[in-house]
Design a protein around this ligand. Structure first.
Ligand code: OSB
Ligand code: MG
Length: 370
């Protein structure tokens, strides 16, 4: 594929309600969209970084810099074959996985459009709908949390994840478990604990949770191993798994029993699929995480979650759980069985609404060969 032009869009989109985690509060979610123009087609990708370096060191600021100065020059005016070729070209750029993943997504969209195949088919998935749940942010009180969870359950979500942090852990989780004794429930700490403060999580071990996500520091697999040894509940890693190598090490040292796969965090769909394959071969369950994506990133997550090893419900909710107005014409709806349909059209299977895009664009830039 000849890469003619790359266009970047820095977006800010208001969330339907603020999303609070142990690392901060988001009311308007930022990201960078990448449009790659090639031989008359346009491929779209989403770089899922936010404004602040709370979840990841990457921000929309670092993304803009890395995309413009380092990633785009590896592609512009050149022939790029596929994701593998792309990864080889950007191998010299250390880190910046969220930025790389957005560009890889746009290349997959182009490949799919050229071959008239959906991203799901290109990746080798077979499901036409995937099991999903909802990730619920920290609320003002345990009762407010129970009310919020109750609303999502009546919307049809059959798996609930709640965010926790020190001081808002056992109390919140116990309140939700008491109110809903048999729902599929899990918690996410976004690395807010240390091995000693994780003592506060002990009561969660008897709440029949599906998993405890990323309790400890993102750069410490070994401490997760030590914690997993004293918990019956499976530990699931999110922030700690930035590559296939991390996934292999984490499984080998029993730092977790489940992995949350986010294509952004691991540097692209190709890397996400490789981690899926590794886990599937070892019968380790995986699920698709979310980053409050727009319709572009959501379409990509749904295609990935159609792979057979994604045996747990993903953090992929309906469009209206995040945004009143999205930038794709297509909106994703929750089916009554707590699934969402995987797009079937070529590539990502979604199209961008130019007027919505314009409304949420803070800055844009066109990159072409000089
Ligand atoms: O830790 O899984 C996380 C959102 C932004 C950054 C990190 C996380 C999340 C979520 C929301 O939990 C998942 C979603 O997109 O619904
Ligand atoms: Mg997480």
């Amino acid at each position: 594929m000849h890469i003619d032009r790359i266009h970047l869009y820095h977006l800010s989109m208001p969330l339907v309600s603020p999303f609070e985690t142990s690392f901060g509060l988001t009311t308007d979610r930022e990201c960078i969209l990448v449009a790659i123009h090639s031989e008359g087609l346009t491929g779209w990708g989403e770089c899922a970084m936010d404004r602040d370096p709370g979840y990841s060191y990457e921000t929309t600021g670092t993304g803009w810099h890395i995309l413009r100065e380092f990633i785009a020059p590896c592609l512009l005016g050149q022939q790029v074959a596929d994701a593998e070729d792309f990864q080889a070209r950007v191998a010299g750029i250390r880190g910046h996985h969220l930025a790389k993943a957005g560009v890889e997504m746009a290349l997959w969209d182009l490949l799919g459009q050229r071959q008239e195949k959906s991203l799901r088919d290109l990746l080798g998935g077979s499901r036409s709908r995937v099991d999903v749940g909802v990730s619920v942010g920290l609320q003002a009180s345990p009762q407010a949390l129970v009310d919020k969870v109750s609303r999502y359950l009546s919307d049809g979500y059959r798996r609930i994840k709640i965010k926790i942090k020190p001081g808002r852990d056992a109390g919140d989780a116990t309140a939700v478990r008491r109110a809903f004794p048999s729902i599929r429930l899990q918690v996410d700490a976004n690395s807010a604990y240390t091995l000693s403060t994780a003592e506060a999580l002990k009561p969660l071990d008897s709440l029949d949770l599906l998993l405890i996500e990323q309790p400890l520091a993102e750069d410490d697999l070994w401490e997760h191993h030590l914690l997993q040894k004293i918990f019956h509940t499976p530990i699931c890693l999110d922030e700690s798994i930035l590559s296939l190598r991390h996934a292999r090490s984490a499984l080998e040292m029993q730092a977790c029993r489940i992995i949350n796969i986010k294509p952004g965090r691991v540097g692209g769909l190709s890397q996400a699929a490789a981690i899926h394959d590794l886990c599937q071969a070892q019968a380790v369950p995986v699920w698709c995480g979310g980053m409050l994506e727009t319709g572009i990133g959501r379409a990509s997550n749904l295609a990935l979650a159609a792979l057979p090893g994604f045996t747990l419900p993903g953090d992929i909710s309906a469009s209206d759980r995040y945004y009143k107005e999205d930038i794709t014409h297509e909106h994703f709806h929750l089916n009554p069985d707590s699934t969402i349909d995987v797009p079937a059209g070529p590539g990502l299977g979604v199209t961008v609404d130019p007027s919505a895009l314009k409304k949420f664009t803070l800055a844009e830039m066109d990159l072409a060969t000089q």
